[in-house]
Design a protein around this ligand. Structure first.
Ligand code: HEM
Length: 481
């Protein structure tokens, strides 16, 4: 009897456990269904790969917005889900979404770069920092680019541009404008911002690293990532020597922190124990990357727009001639002169609206986020894009038309609509330097040279940042005024 009872009780307890487990599973399934229902619409595609191949293909053709974002936006709306490089990702568009995700940096989301980018730029750079560490580096950059620093930078940048044009343009009929702008902006960030002499071969080393930033994380000898890692090691050795030399000079009172020069400020922080040597090195490397390819593409696109719009070019030239009027021959430009280049800045802003050097960037959610009735689970990526507002007729009438008057001072742009420099706590830290670079280059180019594009409709490609396919060759001749 006991035996039968034991069997019966065992059977009942197994049945009961089974029912409880089933009920729990159903409960979980229901919960998941509820959450899944709340996930934004979109296609996750194949496991891990998801829609990565479509994303890369569109990116290489510089059609990320037109071929990847736009069609999905048309089907699903301003927020949709996808799977990119193994990460479930939500792509968002529109000023409200930009404001929500960019301004909630550190609270709801954090900046999130692919592991290849982090390894190559350095895990100790500002882009990986949060809280006090992030604030500390931003404060040092901001104190270098305050109004006294910018005033000191103007003549230095002018002299870099003049020397560059003399060495690389004088006596030439055809110049690669993009290549030239790249070399120049590289020299400016090293010599004017950091106070380091640009030696031959350095630019090529940095370029090799950049090629691996969005490559597949495969470190085999023939891969882009492997070559990039080797170049990064060379750069690290070189920057380490520079930092140690600066440290000795500061400790021996041979040099002082100079207005507009960043490296001594970072090294002074190192001496005071506020920042480590590897943090200084990674931030120097990051700043060179952040500064030169972005600015050179912006310069190239301003010149392309000036070549496509002769009336606009005449207007810009007139502004610079007026500004020069009343100055002695050879008298250097000042920050006050730069402030007078209002129309040139409008042209620049409109060019960057149509051709933003940075397409957008990724964030990662640090908590479950409820947005617009959808759940974005913790750990998912969020991808915001500049094109999402720049190319939207809701914000810019006839958005594909080039019209610098959109940026007249009397017509303020609503917040989080125009974002070539990003927004929120991670808004570009070098915006003022980029502005000086572009305006000073355009000043010398329009006042000293006549030029025309060799390929007026040269295609733009992306790897990982946008660039003109043929390097934007231009026919140049000195201006006969
Ligand atoms: C036309 C030129 C430039 C463009 C279009 C540009 C664009 C941007 C954008 C969109 C971001 C934000 C990225 C994000 O939200 O994840 C950013 C960040 C940054 N930029 Fe620029 N940038 C330019 C030039 C420069 C220059 C010249 C410097 C050098 C000082 C610089 C230094 C930085 C730094 C340090 C950050 C990171 C800020 C942070 O994480 O707090 N940029 N830039």
């Amino acid at each position: 009897m006991n035996f039968v009872l034991t069997i019966l009780l065992s059977f009942l307890s197994i049945l009961l456990s089974f029912l409880i487990l089933k009920r729990r599973k159903n409960g979980n399934d229901n919960k998941m269904n509820k959450n899944e229902k709340k996930l934004p619409p979109g296609r996750m595609g194949l496991p891990w790969i998801g829609e990565t191949l479509e994303f890369y293909k569109a990116q290489r053709r510089n059609q990320l917005f037109e071929e990847f974002v736009q069609p999905r936006k048309a089907t699903h709306g301003n927020i949709f889900k996808t799977m990119l490089m193994g990460s479930p990702t939500v792509v968002v568009s529109g000023a409200a979404a930009n404001r929500f995700f960019l301004s909630n940096e550190f609270k709801l989301v954090v900046s999130s770069w692919p592991s290849t980018s982090v390894q190559l730029m350095g895990p100790n750079s500002i882009m990986e920092k949060q809280g006090d560490h992030h604030r500390y580096i931003r404060t040092i950059i901001a104190s270098t680019l305050n109004s006294t620093g910018l005033e000191a930078l103007v003549p230095k940048i002018c002299s870099c541009v003049e020397q560059h044009l003399k060495m690389h343009w004088q006596g030439k009929d055809v110049v690669s404008l993009f290549g030239s702008a790249k070399m120049l902006t590289f020299t400016i960030v090293l010599e004017c911002l950091l106070g380091v002499k640009a030696e031959s071969g350095m630019l090529e080393m940095f370029e090799r690293v950049l090629e691996g930033v969005f490559a597949l994380p495969v470190a085999l000898p023939w891969s882009k990532f492997y070559r990039a890692k080797r170049a990064r090691l060379e750069i690290e050795r070189m920057v380490t020597n520079i930092v140690r030399k600066k440290r000795k000079e500061i400790e021996g009172n041979i040099i002082d922190a100079e207005e507009g020069v960043l490296l001594p400020h970072l090294v002074a922080g190192l001496i005071r124990g506020e920042i480590s040597e590897i943090e200084v090195i990674d931030n120097v490397v990051l700043l060179v990357f952040a500064a030169h390819d972005t600015t050179s593409f912006a310069i190239a696109m301003v010149c392309r727009m000036l070549a496509h719009h002769p009336t606009c070019h005449s207007h810009v030239l007139q502004e610079h001639m007026d500004m020069m009027h009343g100055k002695r021959a050879g008298e250097a430009l000042t920050l006050e002169d730069i402030k007078k280049m209002k129309y040139t800045w409008q042209v620049t802003r409109e060019s960057m609206r149509l051709f933003p050097p940075i397409f957008g960037s990724f964030r990662k959610t640090i908590v479950d986020i409820e947005y617009e009735g959808f759940i974005i689970p913790k750990g998912w990526k969020v991808f915001w894009t500049t094109y999402g507002t720049h190319y939207d007729a809701e914000y810019f009438n006839d958005p594909l038309r080039f019209d610098p008057s959109r940026f007249e001072e009397a017509v303020p742009c609503p917040p989080y609509v125009y974002l070539p420099f990003g927004g929120g706590p991670r808004v570009c830290a070098g915006y003022q330097l980029a502005k000086l670079n572009i305006l000073i280059f355009v000043h010398f180019m329009v006042t000293l040279y006549d030029w025309s594009l060799v390929y007026p409709d040269e295609a733009i490609t992306t790897d990982p940042l946008p660039f003109p396919c043929h390097g934007m060759p231009i026919n140049v001749s000195p201006k006969s005024l």
